[in-house]
Design a protein around this ligand. Structure first.
Ligand code: GAL
Length: 362
C-alpha cells in the first residue's frame, strides 16, 4: 500500500521540497540527528507519517531516531527525553497528550533544540517553534456537511433542503488529550448544531457535549462499546440512528460493526477521516459514507522542510499565523488542505492520485 502512495506522490513531494526548502540540494550536516516521535502504529496513517518523515530527512543527509509510543503518554515523554539526552539537533513530535511534554520541551529549549509540532498541536508550552498540520477545522466542517448531505438535509452546495427530516443522529469525538479532536468537533458542530436546534437532526441519546462523546486514546474498542451501549439503550428492536458522526476511520469501522452486531439494517450514514484502507474498502462497498483524505506524505514534507530550514538558519514557510494558540503563544503554522472522499470521487482522489491502486481498494 505504501509503495503505491510513495511512487505516485514522489513527483509532487519533490516539487514541494524544492519550494519549501528553498533549494533541494542543501544537505543536512551529516552529524545532525533528528528525533521523530510518533504516537502509534495502530493506524496506518501514523506508520506512513513516521516512515515518510524518516525517509525525507535521510535524503537530506540527517540521521534519524524514529520512535512510536503506542498511545502511551509516559512512553512518549520518556522517548522525547532520550532523544534530548542523545543529542538530537531537532525534534519533530506527533504528540499523544498535547499537554504532557512541556517539561521535556523546556529541556529541549535549554539545549537549543527546536521543536516542530507534527499534525497535533503541543499545548501549554512556549517551546515549540512551528506547527505543521492539515486544516483541522475544515476536516470537521467537511464531516458535518458530508453527514447533512448524505441524510438529505443539504444539497451539494451545503444549502438546507427545506422539509427534509427529522433524522436521528449519534455523535462521537476523538481523544480529549488531542487538541485536534476538539477542533474537529467544533468544525462538525458548526454545521450540525443549527440542524439539531431546529429539530431537523435529533440526537436520540441526548449525548452531545464533547466530554461525553469523546473517545479516550482514539481507541476504537471504546467507541465500539459506546455504540453498542447506545443501540441497546435507545434503539431497541434492531433499530438504529440515521447517521453517526465518527471523527476518524477507526471509530467509523467500530460503529459500523456495532450496528451490524445489533442486527440493524445497513445504510446508516457514517463519516470518517484518514482514508485508512479498511474504510476505503467500506466506502467502495457502500457501508461507510465518507472519509477525509490527508496526504500525509505532503505533511511529512512540510514538517521536514520546516526542520531543515530551522537547522539551516532560514525561516520556515507558514500560511497561518493566527489560528493555533497553544495556551501560551500563537504557533506559526503551515496548514494543508484535506479532501472529502465519497463513493462519487473516490476513484479520482485516491486511485488516480496514486494513494491506492485499484486492486488494493476492492
Ligand atoms: C488526529 C489526527 C487524525 C487521526 C487521529 C487518530 O490527531 O489528526 O488524522 O489520525 O488523530 O490517530
Amino acid at each position: 500500500m505504501r509503495s503505491a502512495r510513495t511512487a505516485a506522490a514522489a513527483f509532487m513531494v519533490a516539487a514541494v521540497a524544492m519550494t519549501a526548502a528553498g533549494c533541494a540540494d542543501v544537505q543536512g550536516d551529516d552529524s545532525s540527528l533528528v528525533g521523530v516521535a510518533m504516537p502509534t502504529t495502530t493506524l496506518l496513517r501514523w506508520v506512513d507519517d513516521g516512515e515518510d518523515v524518516q525517509e525525507q530527512l535521510e535524503n537530506l543527509g540527517y540521521d534519524v531516531d524514529l520512535r512510536y509510543a503506542e498511545n502511551d503518554v509516559a512512553t512518549q515523554v520518556q522517548q522525547v527525553g532520550e532523544m534530548i539526552d542523545e543529542g538530537a539537533d531537532l525534534l519533530i513530535v506527533g504528540a499523544i497528550d498535547g499537554t504532557a511534554l512541556k517539561d521535556q520541551l523546556a529541556r529541549a529549549a535549554a539545549a537549543d533544540i527546536p521543536v516542530v509540532s507534527y499534525d497535533r498541536l503541543i499545548r501549554d508550552t512556549p517551546d515549540i517553534a512551528y506547527y505543521a498540520t492539515f486544516d483541522n477545522l475544515a476536516v470537521g466542517t467537511m464531516q458535518g456537511h458530508s453527514l447533512a448531505r448524505a441524510v438529505g438535509l443539504e444539497d451539494a452546495e451545503g444549502n438546507k433542503i427545506e422539509g427534509a427530516g427529522p433524522f436521528t443522529l449519534e455523535l462521537f469525538a476523538g481523544s480529549p488529550d488531542d487538541n485536534n479532536a476538539t477542533v474537529f468537533y467544533e468544525g462538525a458542530m458548526s454545521v450540525l448544531d443549527p440542524y439539531i436546534s431546529a429539530g431537523d437532526l435529533v440526537v436520540t441519546s441526548g449525548e452531545k457535549d464533547f466530554a461525553t462523546i469523546a473517545t479516550e486514546g482514539w481507541d476504537s474498542a471504546k467507541s465500539g462499546e459506546r455504540m453498542a451501549a447506545l443501540l441497546t439503550e435507545h434503539y431497541a428492536g434492531g433499530k438504529r440512528p440515521d447517521a453517526v458522526l465518527a471523527p476518524n476511520d477507526g471509530i467509523a469501522i467500530s460503529v459500523i460493526e456495532a450496528i451490524r452486531s445489533h442486527g440493524a439494517p445497513a445504510g446508516v450514514v457514517v463519516t470518517g477521516q484518514d482514508a485508512e484502507l479498511a474504510s476505503v474498502k467500506s466506502i467502495v462497498a457502500g457501508e461507510q459514507t465518507s472519509t477525509i483524505y490527508k496526504n500525509t506524505q505532503l505533511l511529512a514534507e512540510v514538517a521536514v522542510s520546516m526542520g531543515h530550514a530551522l537547522l539551516s538558519g532560514r525561516e520556515p514557510e507558514t500560511n497561518d499565523l493566527t489560528s493555533y494558540d497553544n495556551g501560551v503563544k500563537v504557533v506559526p503554522t503551515m496548514l494543508l488542505a484535506p479532501q472529502l472522499v465519497t463513493q462519487d470521487n473516490l476513484e479520482r482522489v485516491l486511485v488516480e492520485s496514486g494513494a491506492f491502486t485499484a486492486e488494493e481498494i476492492r
